[in-house]
Design a protein around this ligand. Structure first.
Ligand code: GLY
Length: 587
């Protein structure tokens, strides 16, 4: 029997045990610290796949058992999630993949983020008063960037996989054509999003029953048009999506819905391999996604700032240590607002932002007992450089690890749950609303409350700034020890930060590190978000230090991690959202 853990059936049992159900900002039904749960990682001496959806994790584990490597398993899982987790798994979105190749001891960063169409322009979401039209930026066909997922997954497979396109696509095609049993998570999520998805005929037809009712747990969801699209990719590779029938269907949908993506945009889509952004925290090192994700840069920046303190001595999730986390987050997100954008269009001062001396200068501005106000904290590089005369919500993450030590840490997304809500008629998949991750107007907040400037302004062929943070950690001997990542929009970077600190600084196991309650701050709005399980005493102390605490708790992210021990792997699927699973290869 396979060693398998679904979050609804195992998990959790110490720290503050609370049981509550909440609706995530992304429309996902979330369960935090389910009372039946225990803290157990899934263990394997072979390979492992951890993803947000059990069937997709099983697809990846089966690929490992069939002799595929971590890249084959990741690509198969990615395509399977496009069928079984339609709110975030996708063909019509984009993402980032970190690949570690054991033999070469090499880490690769694959950028398959969406690109702005050729006819996009910087003012496209402004109304006649010059204000941002949020509905247009988030829910219209113009909110879709040119999808990168199919090109990205195929790029990884062609270059680093060992199986054919048809082999890795076979399980996804079967799931789409024969159908799969809807789980509670998908059923809840479709119910929550029904108003939005019912506005578009194809979306309603694809994801609801004939009378418009949502699928109940145990119902079988068949996706014939999606299966045909996957078949075209299986037979023709990238051309099965970016050219020919699928491309024509996308463009027809654009004409129907007044969108911008053209045949030329699709034919021109390019995957980019980028130099990973790497840093260190005490004796460990880490490599993560560089711009156009802000994730890696600010993860490393926050770790650098926090390295100046003895957090372990202060204690996990007490007021003193949370205060320092908040102040580190505040400075990093202030910098994000000004300096980060697509490096193909705007110079991003990555090395300066991740330098230890800049972090030290920031830490010197932090009072260990008193909160700063965000209105008094500015992007800090300019003043630091001047004073140094000597001298960057709904998404999903999965991790795969094979028995040879190859690793994939992948985060991809449609942006919001179900993206723009607009499905491509005849092709069976939803389009992203990633154009909202651009800064539609300097100083205006996007759907996650993030402020941006001209570095992240809309331009044709540019990639919107992201927070996705797929990450791989290494020990002092440069041996990989952890693959992790999360959904959560603007909160992704601080979630990954806390997984790393819980694990590397506070000495938790990966399941414990995953389940521990999280906090988040992003400079603006000047508010601390927190999860249930942070004690009321701690929150009171933080208030007395001057922090503005959100009145209600919320659920932050859903990490899917694999950690390496001496001679085995430990996988942890986040208990916050139903349906996630770590599944080990058995032979
Ligand atoms: N769409 C969320 C992100 O890329 O950060």
């Amino acid at each position: 029997m396979k060693i398998k853990a679904t979050v609804t059936s195992i998990m959790i049992g110490f720290l503050a045990i609370v049981s509550s159900s909440t609706i995530g900002a992304d429309g996902a039904h979330t369960t935090f610290l389910d009372k039946n749960a225990r803290f157990h990682p899934v263990v394997s001496q072979l390979g492992m796949v951890v993803s947000q959806e059990t069937i997709a994790s099983q697809v990846g584990a089966d690929i490992l058992e069939a002799g595929g490597n971590a890249i084959d398993a990741a690509v198969a899982t990615g395509f399977a999630l496009a069928v079984t987790l339609p709110r975030a798994g996708n063909l019509g979105g984009g993402g980032f993949m970190m690949v570690y190749l054991a033999k070469e001891n090499k880490t690769i960063a694959i950028d398959y983020r969406e690109m702005a169409p050729l006819s996009a322009n910087k003012d496209m979401f402004l109304d006649q008063n010059g204000d941002v039209d949020n509905a247009k930026a988030r829910f219209s066909a113009q909110s879709s960037g040119v999808p990168g997922t199919v090109a990205g997954l195929l790029h990884a497979l062609d270059n680093y996989g060992s199986m054919s396109v048809s082999e890795v696509l076979k399980p996804a095609i079967k799931l789409a054509s024969k159908g799969f049993k809807v789980n509670h998570d998908l059923s809840d999520s479709l119910l929550l999003s029904s108003k939005r998805l019912h506005k578009h005929k194809a979306s309603k037809d694809y994801f609801y029953k004939a009378e418009g009712d949502y699928y109940l747990p145990g119902d079988v969801l068949v996706q014939s048009d999606l299966s045909s699209t996957l078949n075209r990719i299986s037979k023709q590779g990238g051309s099965g999506f970016y050219k020919g029938k699928t491309a024509e269907l996308i463009v027809k949908q654009m004409h129907r819905s007044a969108g911008l993506i053209s045949l030329q945009d699709l034919a021109n889509y390019k995957v980019v391999e980028r130099e990973p952004v790497c840093g260190s925290y005490r004796s460990i090192s880490l490599c993560a996604m560089p711009p156009p994700s802000s994730g890696g840069v600010h993860l490393i920046q926050m770790l650098n700032i926090l390295e100046n303190y003895n957090l372990a001595k202060l204690g996990h999730n007490n007021a003193a240590s949370i205060h320092l986390l908040i102040e580190g987050m505040r400075s990093a997100y202030a910098d994000r607002s000004l300096y980060l954008g697509d490096p193909d269009f705007t110079p991003v001062p990555v090395q300066k932002i991740i330098s230890k001396s800049y972090a030290k200068a920031i830490s010197e501005q932090i009072n260990p007992h008193k909160a700063r106000r965000s209105k008094d904290v500015y992007p800090g590089l300019d003043s630091w450089v001047t004073s140094q005369s000597n001298e960057s919500e709904e998404t999903t993450h999965f991790s795969t690890w094979d028995k040879h030590g190859n690793i994939v840490s992948n985060t991809y997304t449609l942006n919001f749950a179900y993206g723009s809500g607009i499905a491509v008629e005849g092709a069976g998949f939803l389009l992203n609303n990633e154009m909202d991750d651009f800064s539609a107007k300097p100083g205006s907040a996007n759907g996650y409350g993030l402020i941006g400037g001209t570095a992240n302004a809309i331009q044709p062929k540019k990639r919107p700034l992201s927070s996705m943070t797929p990450t791989i950690l290494f020990d002092a001997n440069n041996k990989p020890i952890l693959a992790t990542g999360s959904p959560g929009g603007s909160t992704i970077i601080t979630i990954v930060l806390q997984i790393i600190l819980n694990w590397a600084e506070f000495g938790m196991g990966i399941a414990e590190a995953t389940a521990a309650p999280r906090i988040h701050h992003q400079w603006l709005p000047d508010e601390v978000y927190y999860e249930k399980g942070i004690s009321q005493d701690t929150l009171s102390l933080l208030r007395s230090m001057g922090h503005s605490i959100q009145p209600k708790s919320r659920v932050l992210g859903s990490t899917q991690s694999i950690a390496a021990k001496e001679n085995y792997l430990e996988g942890s699927a986040d208990p916050r959202r139903q349906g996630a699973a770590a599944i080990s290869q058995n032979n």
